[in-house]
Ligand binder design. Structure first.
Ligand code: GLY
Length: 613
């Protein structure tokens, strides 16, 4: 249990954070009246914080999308916990305070450095045994509208995050499992203040009122969203956490909670097939990390079922090949410049051009080839092969290519039709570095904002099945990422660890939410840290940009007219949109004497914080 000292310190800090949230709310909150149903995309930005500074620490650091979660992570590190201990405590608190983005009803991908080896843990949801490739097709064979697919039991995959955390804890945990749930249990019992961002997402979700449990929890009796600062207690979730603390992940996958999950999914008017058998047989998997060289660094990420690690590796490899081909394309001299926009900094137009072009090529391959390797052969090695990437880099010139075609990497075994799914956004990110130098990057998700809108005992079930292609085949050719029973939907999550190639030392832990845009956000931050030598906060602050093989996307309000003109002159079709990353990063830095310390940052577009000692 928490010692009296730890308990009061945790409570005090939690209260001061609530006070901060309320002050923030008073300055910048949207109105909380019933009429504040805002026409926002899921996971829209909650404002851009211009006051964030890189945080420094000498021993350990934890960062998450909500200060209460970051506080819980740091608390575990203070008690001598490992990076994964901190991540587990943060995930438990995020389930409570950021329920729109992630939680124990969802899935996660974890990249972990234990001081010697990089390991990855796959807690991605699986399609129920009863799912078929027609899951999201209407009677006329056309794909369902997204909301029809999302809301209800149909979209719910077998949750995986808790099993993955349990597996990682068995191997790398230092604190007892039960201790890791103490902050979340206390907050669920005592209550936490609704943050401006949670309020914003409640207010913008017109479907939320259709779920009696969600309405009772998030809305006032008149149907209006509960105001910022309202203390939300979640005694049902506190009991779930108490049971998980005592019984392990089995508490969720067997017995009464599992039965309730199944009843909710199967009993909904838009039912799914998730069964007790699916829950009981779910297994998290340890997978070999995908590590590739980038200049003097090694970048390690998640292999399939995520496309994130492959795409980030491809983009960086393509940029490196481009630079090798022609020094005029070297990124390092293209340093960002000061700007008058909220970010205060703007990348060079030529850097936006080159990175967007490299991304077009990677997203074209992603759509064609990447899915769960337990079900389809994916030419992973071929996709990140330096010779193949040099051939892709040869397609990049001074003008935009518009739309890239997939390449033919070595190792293709089966011809697939491309996945033409629309590209959507969501999710959360935690990073931690412990006293022993161990590090973790975990991206975690229930997919869309508030997932499937099914609430069981105070937590939400995912709608991760919508990450599959709704269309199973095209012109007689199967889509690699089609629904199949037991298969994991392709993810874009890209939890990333970076190392110095020569010394093997850990350099950085990075990751972001944002659905298919995650790849753009992680690439931007990585290039900012490595090529432009920006500090953690500046690299995250850098305006978001890139291309998912459609238009060139620029974060709205952050780019100068001159840059936009230059891109258009190069033939780019420019789309200025909200690009709500939620990047957290911790970087190991050295002073002139070679003494190492930690520098961390959190995304100004959300409510996160990096906290260390
Ligand atoms: N659901 C977001 C992702 O896995 O990419």
């Amino acid at each position: 249990m928490l010692s009296a000292f730890h308990l009061s310190r945790f409570r005090l800090t939690a209260l001061s954070l609530i006070a901060t949230a309320l002050t923030l709310a008073a300055c910048s909150a949207p109105p909380s009246s019933p009429s504040s149903t805002l026409p926002l995309a899921p996971e829209s930005a909650s404002g851009y914080r211009t006051d964030l500074q890189t945080r420094h620490a000498t021993h350990h650091m934890a960062a998450a999308a909500n200060p209460l979660a970051a506080e819980a992570g740091r608390e575990m590190l203070r008690r001598g916990g490992s990076a994964i201990d901190a991540a587990i405590a943060m995930q438990a608190v995020l389930t409570l305070v950021e329920p729109q983005s992630s939680g124990i009803g969802g899935g996660a991908l974890i990249v972990l450095w234990d001081g010697k080896t990089v390991r990855t843990y796959d807690g991605r949801e699986t399609a129920p045994a009863g799912a078929t490739e027609k899951l999201f097709l209407q009677a006329d064979g056309q794909p369902m509208p997204f909301t029809q697919a999302q809301i209800g039991g149909r979209s719910v995959g077998t949750p995986g995050v808790l099993r993955a955390l349990e597996l990682a804890h068995q191997k790398h945990g230092r604190l007892p499992w039960a201790q890791l749930f103490e902050p979340a249990i206390e907050l669920a019992e005592q209550g936490f203040a609704i943050s401006p961002r949670l309020h914003l997402l409640i207010a913008s979700d017109s479907k939320l009122r259709n779920s009696p449990e969600m309405a009772a929890y998030f809305l006032n009796t008149d149907g209006s969203p509960k105001a910022i600062g309202t203390r939300l207690k979640n005694p049902a979730l506190a009991v779930v956490f108490q049971r998980i603390a005592k019984e392990g992940a089995d508490a969720l996958y067997k017995g009464a909670i599992a039965q309730e999950i199944v009843a909710k999914v199967q009993g909904h008017a838009n039912p799914g097939s998730l069964s007790l058998n699916d829950l009981q047989h779910y297994r998290a998997k340890e997978r070999a990390p995908l590590c590739t060289d980038y200049k003097r660094w090694q970048v390690c990420g998640m292999p399939p079922p995520s496309s994130g690690g492959i795409a980030v590796a491809q983009i960086l490899g393509t940029l490196q090949a481009l630079e090798t081909r022609d020094k005029r394309f070297a990124l390092a001299p293209m340093k960002p410049v000061k700007s008058n926009a909220p970010a205060g900094i703007e990348p060079a137009a030529q850097a936006v051009h080159l990175i967007s072009e490299a991304e077009r090529l990677a997203y074209a391959d992603r759509a064609q080839y990447v899915a769960d390797t337990d079900f389809v052969p994916v030419p992973v090695k071929g996709l990140v092969d330096p010779t193949y990437l040099a051939s892709r880099a040869a397609l990049i010139g001074e003008r935009s290519m518009g739309t890239a075609q997939p390449g033919t990497p070595p190792g293709i075994q089966v011809a697939y039709a491309p996945d033409r799914s629309p590209l959507r956004i969501s999710t959360s990110q935690v990073v931690a570095v412990d006293d022993q130098g161990g590090a973790v990057s975990m991206t975690t998700t229930i997919e869309s904002a508030f997932g499937s809108h099914l609430m069981v005992q105070g937590f939400l079930l995912n709608n991760e099945m919508t990450d599959f292609s709704f269309i199973p085949e095209e012109n007689g050719q199967k889509v690699a990422n089609r629904v199949e029973p037991g298969k994991r939907p392709r993810s874009s999550m890209a939890p990333t660890l970076i190392f110095d190639r020569q010394s093997g030392e850990f350099v950085a832990s990075v990751g972001s939410p944002g659905g298919s845009q995650i790849i753009e956000y992680v690439t931007k931050t990585t290039v900012g840290l490595l090529d432009w030598n920006l500090d953690a906060q500046a690299a995250i602050n850098l305006p978001n940009f890139g291309s998912r093989n459609g238009p060139t996307e620029l974060e709205r309000g952050q780019f100068s007219p001159a840059l936009i003109r230059e891109l258009k002159d190069k033939g780019h079709s420019v789309s200025e949109i909200d690009m709500t990353s939620g990047t957290q990063a911790i970087v190991r830095v050295k002073d002139a004497q070679g003494k190492a310390s930690l520098a961390g940052g959190a995304d100004p577009r959300r409510e996160g914080e990096a906290l260390g000692d």
